[in-house]
Design a protein around this ligand. Structure first.
Ligand SMILES: Cc1ncc(COP(=O)(O)O)c(C=O)c1O
Length: 457
């Protein structure tokens, strides 16, 4: 293997590694057996959108939900067709009215904020903490108005947000808290599992998550009323509510957000793999962090002080001045040292995450539901501010400082992490030459671009 001092691949040398990283394999005999049993039963979904025994689904769905409750002590777990639909149900359940404001982080998957729009809620963006990358209580405090109804917390990349500070603020201002823990299954903040530290929250079960059902999600809460509202929204609640208490009708137009028996059976089998997956990822992240933190200009995200981390990805801070080359040149040169990803595998390193959400057209043009500006037209003139500059920490991470390592995943090994670290090391050793000769232009190597396979080198 070429040493870290030999010529970098981007300058014509031999790459550190051409052997592909082992692909993630998520389905095993256990899932196959579980699916076969459902198919043999011939009942692929047992939900019925009317009062009665099957309003809350069949045996596999209720068994799957019970596992979440038993394992983490949640009072209620409500499976859904995706975490996006789970978020929409959660926003409906807390009683969002048109014009209500929900304070959201801008550095997250779009659904963390768009879920509010379905009920006429207006996302107001608050900045994130530069170390946890989660919404910061300090920034939330500057965004609260008399119209604020809730806070959306995202445990980004699997790092828990500072829930004590956020809950104290929420209690002081009588705000509801939804936890988007899509990327943080099995994560603890202090001694509490994330998801139901606030009023309600939940997890994504899409194909890219730690455990998955193809598509799917789970809402969790310790509040009986919110749980019932979520169940109604999940399954045509209008057919079930009596309307004796008019409050019962609020946001109770239901939809079909149901998980099938097939998915639930897969989900139960997947639950047996979650702890091992989290342990592997934590070990790989720790190994890679130790190497990365010795390199100039790089600093991996620290393990949480209070709690655990799911390492959906390992974020790394990049300082171009200390590194001696631009972030784009660095990523380009590191990727040239490593095997090109195949199929659904992401690149070994990306720059930035998503574009800060408020910069997308839906907020810039304030057009979401219909063509006349609803629900943004319910806000006072000039509010909310969606202009560039409102969340400087997020914008700096996006444009300059953030790198993401998606390689901290099973079935990779510490030796694989060593190859990634050696690639970084070699590039930094030749930083001056790369900075002089490699063009600093081109598309960002973001996870979204990688998924769309625009990561061609
Ligand atoms: C933070 C976050 N929120 C919400 C979602 C939406 O989840 P789903 O794809 O299950 O609808 C995702 C999925 O990537 C996510 O990462």
């Amino acid at each position: 293997m070429p040493s870290s001092s030999s010529k970098p691949a981007i300058l014509g040398g031999d790459p550190i590694r051409t052997r592909p990283f082992a692909p993630r394999v998520t389905m095993s005999q256990a899932e196959q057996t579980a699916v076969r049993e459902v198919i043999e039963s011939d009942v692929l979904s047992a939900f019925i959108g009317a009062s009665g025994k099957f309003f809350n689904g069949g045996k596999r769905v209720t068994d799957f939900e019970a596992i979440w409750c038993q394992r983490y002590g949640f009072k209620h777990a409500i499976s859904v067709s995706s975490w996006t639909t789970g978020l929409v149900a959660a926003v409906g359940a807390i009683g969002i009215e048109p014009g209500d404001e929900i304070i959201c982080p801008p550095y997250t998957m779009s659904a963390s904020a768009t879920c509010c729009l379905f009920y006429g809620g207006i996302p107001v963006f608050a900045d994130i903490d530069p170390d946890t990358f989660c919404i910061s209580a300090k920034s939330i405090a500057t965004r609260i108005t008399p119209r604020t109804k809730a806070i959306m917390v995202v445990h980004l990349f699997g790092h828990p947000a500072e829930m004590d500070e956020i809950m104290a603020l929420a209690r002081k201002h009588n705000l509801k808290v939804i936890e988007d823990a899509a990327q943080a299954p099995g994560v603890f903040y202090k001694d509490k599992p994330v998801g139901a530290i606030g009023d309600l929250g939940g997890f994504s079960l899409n194909f890219h998550k730690h455990i998955h059902t193809g598509e799917g999600g789970v809402i969790v809460t310790n509040n009986d009323d919110l749980a019932q509202r979520c169940r109604l929204i999940r399954n045509h609640g209008e057919n079930v509510v009596t309307g004796e208490d008019p409050a019962e009708l609020v946001n109770c137009i239901g939809s079909n957000y149901r998980l099938t028996e097939v998915q639930a059976a897969i989900g139960s089998a997947q639950m047996n793999k979650l702890d091992a997956c989290l342990t592997t990822r934590a070990a790989l992240a720790s190994h890679l962090r130790q190497r990365i933190d010795k390199l100039p200009g790089l600093r991996a995200q620290a393990h949480p002080e209070h709690g655990t981390h799911a390492y959906y990805l390992l974020p790394v801070h990049f300082n171009a001045q200390q590194a001696g080359l631009s972030r784009h040149q660095f990523v380009k040169a590191v990727l040239a040292e490593l095997p090109k990803p195949e199929g659904f595998e992401g690149t070994a390193l990306t720059e930035g995450y998503v574009k800060p959400l408020y910069l997308s057209p839906i907020y810039q043009k304030r057009i979401a539901i219909g063509s006349k500006g609803f629900p943004f037209n319910l806000a006072p003139a000039g509010w909310p501010d969606y202009s560039e500059g409102i969340c400087p920490v997020t914008e700096n991470l996006y444009k300059n400082e953030m790198l993401l390592c998606p390689v901290v995943r099973e079935p990779l090994t510490p030796e694989d992490m060593d190859d990634v670290a050696s690639a970084m090391e070699r590039v930094l050793e030749h930083a001056a030459e790369i900075a002089r000769t490699v063009p600093d232009s081109g598309t960002l190597f973001t996870p979204v671009a990688a998924a769309m396979d625009t990561n061609v080198r």
